[in-house]
Design a binder for this molecule. Structure first.
Ligand SMILES: *Cc1c(COP(=O)(O)O)cnc(C)c1O
Length: 329
């Protein structure tokens, strides 16, 4: 089967495995979104697969997106676009100058990277889209981080995979933890849960309590929650009123550590521990930070004897940036 078939027919369910390290008095499982087999995987690859269908459907010849050129999102979009034989144009805030492995990859994929001050992003995008249209091109624009209904839908599928796993192996996850950034992942997981539970209710199947906890990697609680809630409303449409409940949305900024990209020595130690005991690489901006945040949350809330699922959302190239920063020992 050809690689591109991954996008045509949808991706296979990612593995869920029990972890062997001792991370607290619970059973810990991990869902490996980082193992989606395209461009180092991750939730951005899952979202990209949804955008692929839309790009094909509208016959676009240039794919545009917004984001830091060192982001996982821009890497995947630039890679996928190259594989499709289309042009890629990235609008990037000039405040971000970090040269990471993702930046190099984006360059290698031949994407055009246009930088502008963060205050001029929307005008720059509008101007550039217009210019392509004037030149007879057909641009397709993807919001930063793969935000929007296709991205939310992709992550609702992640939840469906979790529900199928629970049914198949007769296990119930009391908690699902994950790194929350632009909010599409959390919006998808929560929407997926509400839809699956509604279906179970209709079929008179029991619905057990389960908490999805988004660990913010940058945003404060107020803004973070509102963006996730809005995405859930956009995605569920008419079903929003009947399905959505405030208490389903748990978003904590208690482990932000001062904002995007910031982390502590404890995060670094946790990343080493997980790599040593489970052989799973984690980056310090998203996954390692959230995994450490989960450990703190579990301790603070005295959670014991439960089944906990952690969603590994990807970011593998950033793991190597972290190794570079740590230097050789
Ligand atoms: C983007 C990203 C996230 C956050 O996902 P959102 O859908 O933006 O909330 C988490 N982990 C990794 C590795 C990411 O690249």
């Amino acid at each position: 089967m050809r690689q591109i078939a991954l996008f045509e027919r949808g991706i296979d369910p990612t593995p869920i495995v029990e972890m062997s390290g001792d991370y607290g008095q619970n059973r810990y499982f991990i869902k490996r979104e980082d193992m989606i087999p395209f461009s180092f995987g991750g939730n951005k690859a899952r979202k990209a697969a949804e955008f692929y269908k839309e790009i094909k459907a509208c016959g676009a010849d240039v794919v545009m997106t917004y984001g830091s050129h060192s982001s996982n999102h821009c890497r995947i979009i630039a890679n996928m676009t190259r594989a499709m034989g289309l042009d890629c144009h990235i609008i990037s805030p000039e405040e971000n100058r970090e040269m990471l492995y993702n930046t190099k990859l984006v360059e290698d994929f031949g994407a055009v990277v246009e930088t502008c001050p963060v205050t001029q992003v929307s005008e720059t995008i509008d101007r550039r889209v217009e210019a392509y249209k004037q030149a007879g091109r057909n641009p397709y624009f993807i919001l930063g981080g793969g935000h929007g209904n296709p991205g939310t839908h992709a992550c609702a599928n992640t939840y469906r995979e979790i529900a199928v796993y629970e049914e198949r192996f007769g296990i119930h996850f009391d908690y699902i933890f994950h790194a929350s950034g632009t909010g599409a992942t959390q919006a998808g997981l929560v929407s997926g849960k509400l839809l699956v539970e509604a279906r179970r209710g209709e079929n008179d199947q029991p619905v057990k309590e389960q908490k999805i906890i988004g660990i913010s990697i940058a945003r404060n609680e107020e803004r973070g929650r509102e963006v996730v809630r809005q995405s859930i409303e956009d995605y569920l449409g008419e079903q929003y009123e009947s399905l959505y409940r405030e208490e389903e949305l748990i978003f904590t900024d208690a482990y932000c550590m001062g904002g995007y990209g910031k982390y502590t020595q404890d995060v670094r130690k946790t990343i080493e521990e997980v790599m040593n005991k489970d052989g799973i690489p984690m980056d310090s901006t998203y996954v390692g930070k959230a995994f450490y945040g989960m450990k703190c949350y579990v301790e603070e809330h005295q959670i014991v004897g439960r089944n906990i699922l952690f969603l590994h959302t990807g970011g593998t190239p950033l793991f190597f940036d972290l190794m570079d920063k740590m230097g050789s020992r």
